[in-house]
Design a protein around this ligand. Sequence first.
Ligand SMILES: [Zn+2]
Length: 381
Amino acid sequence: MTKTIERISLGAMSPGTERFLAVHRYGTKGARPKAYVQASLHSDEIPGMLAVHHLQRLLDEADKKGAIKGEIVVVPVANPIGLGQIVNGSHSGRYELRGGGNFNRQWPDLFDGLLDAVRTKLSADQAANVAVVRAAIGTKINQMMPDTELSRLKVELARLAHDADMVLDLHCDDEALMHVYMQPMHWQDFSDIAAELGARASLLCVDSKAQSFDETFSLPWSKLQDAIGDKFPIPNACFATTVEFRGQADVFDEMASEDAAGLYRFLQRHGVLAGDPGKVPELQCEGTDLEATDIVRAPKAGVIAYKVALGAQVKKGDLIAELVDPLADDANKARQPIRALTDGLVLSRCLRKLVSPGDGIAMIVGTAKLAHRKGGTLLSD
Ligand SMILES: [Zn+2]
């Protein structure tokens, strides 16, 4: 058995309140390929934790049989800070209550200073370049001096994930179909994760400008390629993906065990685990540009009454929902239609039906890039 369990302290923000990250490692440290898997960075997104629970049962079995070929680092609870944020019976797990913002935004820019750190060490040897870049990123993380619990959480998770070949960050949406995010350059080699999980959308984007966890580890490679040109070979050495395990209420053993089996076969196919994963299942979606996915927004405050179901195919101009003004003098004039701005698949809807102006109320996955999605960040906060 190779499995080890480590507890990493996040320090105390007030006396007697110390929290820990639990890290479950399989395989030999430093073995390749290395996969990093974490669940519920948005701590109110529970499906990932149940999927990881099932995945760990499979990994424990594989470990007994000596089937761990690479290294697998599993963080079953990526955000113990958010997990404790139950306020008057409601779980508030997306934003840090101390004011640190969205837990999956504003991750450190690991490209910052990277070019200077590696410039004189690169060569024509691609594998050596990968090692040089990983070491430089590791050094940068080791030099960070986190002081708060939140900054420690970010540095410790980055330390665990930064040198992985594959980073799987398991989330969910409000009410949604299974979908994944990744960089377009990884689609060809890693679309099997979408196939294995039965994803209904695969949203491709080089840089959402949101500084999300997954992009923290994939972006330095593409930015370095842009900076270096073809002077030295730099591969996209970190496949990082955010997997959205449907909606917040989709927490069931039947789903989670199938999802875990899909992740297991993905890890087999990419050489982390021994065994035959079989044929890649048929994809249920193509990879589409994230700029072609519209986030339908509420024009003003009100109560949302949906007119389309998840999975519906809509056309531009179709009615998505009506926004009801409960204070309208005339109830017959209380409804404002909200229409689709693109043709596509209704991927998600929001759970909270009382909305404020600008709130995203649905995602529609189209194929034509949308002018109004250019500029700014491509993800909702
Ligand atoms: Zn999330």
